[in-house]
Design a protein around this ligand. Structure first.
Ligand code: CA
Length: 527
């Protein structure tokens, strides 16, 4: 049967992806293979994708119909949090099931790949393992049968990839599309007798938010609603937020805003020009030049930032759909657990900011959606507090493998099955170590319960207390205000309990944590 005939016979599935699958003769037609006794696991993680830029989470700024399919066909978690909301540390916590102070990656330092990870245990337990896309841990991956990763942050266009044996630059390709191709190729080439575990890590929508042409045009003239806290004045708040340098209005560079440099500029002069933070921008409106300053410029910067950020997400969404279509068409959907998450959240102009790091809700909340039809009810939701240190345990649990005692999280499997254990956690511990690091964001730690949050900037000994029920946007710092002594004391006690339980011995409290490769990681391979 020719390719097109088969597609017609099989129904309207998947387009080019399924066609390509059939062409190489490795596809399994619907129903041709019984499901494995243990599920396949596909962990899709984007970089800096805030939950409130996903339709299923109630986004006001975009639509994500493909990611939403996971919510419609599976479970949406409302309260999954990063324990240290920054790229490299969150990735280390996901692999190890350990907090930053235990796994050795509190900041942008190199992850010791010889450590125990869930991937190594899955591989030893019979899983075929792979990772494609962004690794961002400064070392070569271990425990993977197959890896194809970008160096450091990677590039959106013409991306370079490293493998165990070499490197290749994909000229003319866009990273999000390419990573999806690599994921599908990995699944196609898997050994038929083993379940697989695939980490599919997008670079998008990380700064500097470079969309492909199609999505750039789609968002070019789109007006994005502003968040309610865009003009937050930080009244009543700790000095750290006043000092932050991740402000939409003040800290986006010409490069972030995609301003066109003057002709003839090159090399260091061009880099310097692009790195400047403009307080005046001239645009063309109705064919006439208009110079923007002050509030008008601020609003324009927000639009430029969000148009590009959301355009890169639209490409992720399209590609999630392409992968799900492939799984459906290959008969793999039923017993494949598909997770969609991001390494942390992101400020979408919330509190006037565009990055993460702070312990505020938009930064620490991770989207977490799971489709696994064989075990998880469709259109289900979970409000329990989950953490990035729970992911490793969850993967091992669903694979039927033992969870090592030195992992610090807890399997989410009971929650996925709709059964919340009576002793499930009601609070979480957070700690951010860079001080001040990029964006001049001060180190802090804190505790979040189901109703309150207490943050301690320990070097300044400043505190913030929020009532998340009555002040969900965290605008009113109640610390030290009359009437809050009892809740403050109880949160401080809980913070100390968590520190003891998690063995955070404050080894970084009075010294600078190890400064590794910084935000411009470009090394791999033996460095
Ligand atoms: Ca990130």
């Amino acid at each position: 049967m020719k390719r097109r005939e088969f597609m017609r016979a099989a129904g309207a599935i998947g387009g080019a992806v399924v066609a390509g699958t059939l062409a190489d003769g490795q596809a399994m037609p619907l129903g041709a293979q019984p499901p494995p006794t243990r599920p396949n696991i596909i962990f899709i993680m984007s970089d800096d994708h805030a939950a409130h830029a996903i339709g299923a989470y109630g986004s006001r700024v975009n639509r994500t119909p493909q990611i939403d399919r996971l919510a419609q066909q599976g479970m949406l978690f409302r309260n999954v949090f990063a324990t240290n909301a920054i790229c490299t540390p969150s990735r280390a916590s996901i692999l190890t099931g350990q907090y930053s102070h235990i796994n050795g990656v509190p900041v942008f330092n190199r992850f010791d790949s010889s450590r125990q990870t869930c991937v190594k245990l899955l591989q030893a337990g019979g899983y075929h393992t792979g990772i494609v896309g962004k690794w961002h841990l400064g070392s070569d991956p271990q425990g993977f049968d197959h890896w194809e990763i970008v160096p450091g942050q990677g590039a959106y266009r013409d991306p370079l990839f490293y493998t165990a044996t070499g490197e290749k630059r994909y000229v003319g390709r866009y990273a999000t599309d390419l990573i999806t191709d690599m994921a599908i190729d990995f699944i196609r080439a898997r050994p038929a007798e083993r379940p697989f575990f695939l980490m599919m890590h997008h670079k998008a929508p990380h700064r500097a938010w470079e969309p492909d042409q199609e999505h750039r045009e789609q968002f070019a003239d789109r007006w994005i609603p502003e968040p309610v806290t865009l003009w937050d004045t930080y009244a009543t708040r700790a000095s750290a937020i006043h000092e932050n340098e991740q402000r939409v209005f003040a800290d986006l560079t010409r490069n972030d805003l995609k301003l066109t440099p003057p002709p003839g500029l090159a090399g260091a002069a061009l880099t310097s020009w692009l790195g400047k933070k403009p307080d005046e921008v001239t645009i063309t409106r109705d064919g006439m030049p208009v110079t923007l300053t002050g509030e008008a410029l601020a609003r324009w910067k927000y639009q430029r930032y969000m148009q590009d950020y959301l355009a890169t997400i639209q490409s992720v969404d399209d590609n999630v759909g392409r992968l799900l279509d492939f799984l459906d068409g290959a008969g793999l959907a039923e017993n494949t657990m598909v997770v969609y998450t991001s390494d942390q959240g992101f400020f979408l102009g919330d509190h006037g900011m565009f990055d993460k790091r702070f312990m505020y809700e938009e930064s620490i909340r991770m989207p977490f959606l799971v489709r696994w039809p064989a075990a998880v009810a469709a259109a289900s939701q979970c409000d329990a507090i989950g953490l990035n240190v729970d992911f490793a345990e969850t993967f091992l649990d669903v694979a039927g493998l033992p969870i090592p005692k030195d992992m610090q999280g807890r399997s989410l499997l009971p929650l996925l099955q709709g059964k919340r254990p009576a002793d499930w956690r009601r609070s979480m511990y957070y700690r951010y170590y860079h001080d001040p690091g990029d964006h001049n964001t001060r180190a802090h730690y804190g505790v979040r319960t189901e109703t309150h949050k207490l943050i301690h900037y320990w070097k300044q000994d400043e505190w913030e207390l929020f009532d998340l029920v009555n002040d969900p946007y965290e605008l009113h710092n109640l610390y030290g205000e009359p009437g809050h002594a009892a809740i403050t004391a109880s949160l401080k006690a809980e913070l100390q309990r968590l520190k003891r339980e998690l063995r955070d011995e404050d080894q970084f409290a009075n010294e600078q944590p190890p400064q590794g490769v910084g935000g411009s990681i470009s090394q791999l391979r033996g460095k």
